[in-house]
Write a protein that binds this ligand. Structure first.
Ligand SMILES: [Zn+2]
Length: 221
């Protein structure tokens, strides 16, 4: 991702989307590097200040891919204008959006890119990191399958840490210049989470990461 992403327009309206994400089955977002803290088990869950964390970037990824599976949007033009040849046109259109609040005729940015951004524009949704109000951690046994013999190799048993069911992660998404229709699309993603079609974190094949959405509310600022 480009660090210097262009915001699409001036802030006209903003709202905060808040909900509790409660895990119905064990949940884990693991650390990608081994912890140097000797107190931490191997395969620990990602933590900040000792609390498990769902990074905003991870949740954004979940929402983005769920969005892609729900809505079939024409993203061709978005990709095209990212190319060098279209750079001039892109800048002209951007100027039009910033000044007039709308793109030039024939120019279109799909809702997916508007909401989540892409390599060259900043999206309209800002996902903050989520922490649980209450949580319990546990160690689970895992077994790696020996691919050569297709059996569980004794020495390949390992532990991994999980957040036990019932943790209440407080989720906050700030939405800038987002329309009602786009908010409705986000609600559909939350439905998919409720239906356990969309799960959060790793170990999905083991049944991990089934979550419930509670206390969903939108506050206009
Ligand atoms: Zn697009």
């Amino acid at each position: 991702m480009n660090a210097e992403l262009i915001p699409l327009d001036k802030i006209r309206k903003k709202c905060v989307i808040e909900f509790d994400l409660v895990n119905k089955t064990a949940f884990r977002i693991g650390t990608s590097i081994e912890s140097i803290d000797p107190q931490e088990p191997d395969n620990a869950v990602l933590k900040s200040d000792g609390k498990p964390i769902i990074p905003g970037s991870s949740l954004k990824g979940v929402f983005r891919s769920a969005y892609e599976s729900l809505f079939d949007e024409n993203c061709v033009w978005c990709k095209e204008i990212a190319s060098k040849e279209k750079k001039k046109q892109f800048n002209e259109n951007l100027e039009s959006i910033v000044k007039l609040g709308k793109p030039l005729d024939g120019f279109h940015i799909c809702d997916k890119c508007l909401l989540f951004g892409n390599n060259f524009i900043r999206g309209r949704l800002y996902f903050t990191d989520s922490y649980p109000e209450n949580f319990k951690l546990a160690l689970r046994d895992g077994v790696m399958i020996d691919r050569d013999f297709e059996c569980a190799a004794e020495e390949r048993k390992y532990d991994f840490e999980v957040v036990e069911p019932g943790a209440v992660f407080k989720v906050k998404i700030v939405a800038v210049n987002v329309e009602e229709e786009q908010l409705k699309k986000l609600e559909q993603i939350m439905n998919l989470i409720e239906l356990s079609v969309v799960r959060i974190g790793g170990g999905k094949s083991r049944g991990l990461g089934v979550c419930q959405v509670k206390n969903y509310q939108i506050r206009w600022l």
